[in-house]
Ligand binder design. Sequence first.
Ligand SMILES: Nc1ncnc2c1ncn2[C@@H]1O[C@H](COP(=O)(O)OP(=O)(O)OP(=O)(O)O)[C@@H](O)[C@H]1O
Length: 286
Amino acid sequence: MSNANQQTDMEDGSTGDEYAVSVPEGRGRDSDARGEASTIIESRDLSVWYNDDQALQSVSMEIPEKRVTAMVGPSGCGKSTFLRSINRMNDLIDAARVEGEMLFKGKNVYDDDVDPVALRRRIGMVFQQPNPFPKSIYDNVAYGLRLQDRTENLDEKVEDALRKAALWDEVKDKLDESGLDLSGGQQQRLCIARAIAVDPEVVLMDEPASALDPVATSKIEDLIDEMAEEYTVVIVTHNMQQAARISDKTAVFLTGGELVEFDDTDKVFENPESDRVEDYITGKFG
Ligand SMILES: Nc1ncnc2c1ncn2[C@@H]1O[C@H](COP(=O)(O)OP(=O)(O)OP(=O)(O)O)[C@@H](O)[C@H]1O
């Protein structure tokens, strides 16, 4: 798909959530054409607390394989907390406590015999701020492969990841230069290349385009669409137009960490079940 004509979300050029949202014509992903997908991740009554404050309330959701699932909702409603629960990044936060289950291919990732480091190899993550290592472009992409002693045909693997991240043509002649010297949008695609170099099954993205300009955002959106051919993508976004453009499924969280609606993206945006969701997506609150 091309988002070249969608560089801003609103006619007045703003990108804020404060205006009413409608589903754009020619939505990016056509779930029906892809048929049924099996569930790869399933949360069952998942609740998360930070000390005594509950951030997620008994969330149950099935995330389809090789699809794009978007999480939207007002600030502080628990989107990032849910995302981090999938690959146990919340383990790194001392105050965080999890109850319930998060199944990845049927196995609860919180079982005692699950190694979180191994889990994160299968479920990679891309953050809001591009965070390349202060290393060469090549070494950024090769990093995870070297850690795992998977250095056979390393050049090919690095090229393959950079191609999949739609960055190869821009960097192939300067692989030895620092990743930090790239533009913000290129740095984010480098982080995506680094995440996919180790062949994860799932890529979690926490507002991956919110620090980028509209052109770089459009490239990331196109890339997410392509990534879903091979990976399951779960993305947190503040931008509901973006969710409508790029996702197959949308989860709407509302204040208090409640999952209020989870359905096909066009259903959520065109005909939501819940009045609260309708109010939220039409900008009446949030
Ligand atoms: N490390 C933390 N320690 C304590 N409380 C936290 C921590 N991280 C998040 N919280 C709290 O948990 C709740 C959910 O936060 P979370 O970041 O998951 O929401 P969000 O929907 O992703 O918000 P935003 O859109 O603003 O990023 C908030 O009340 C937040 O203050």
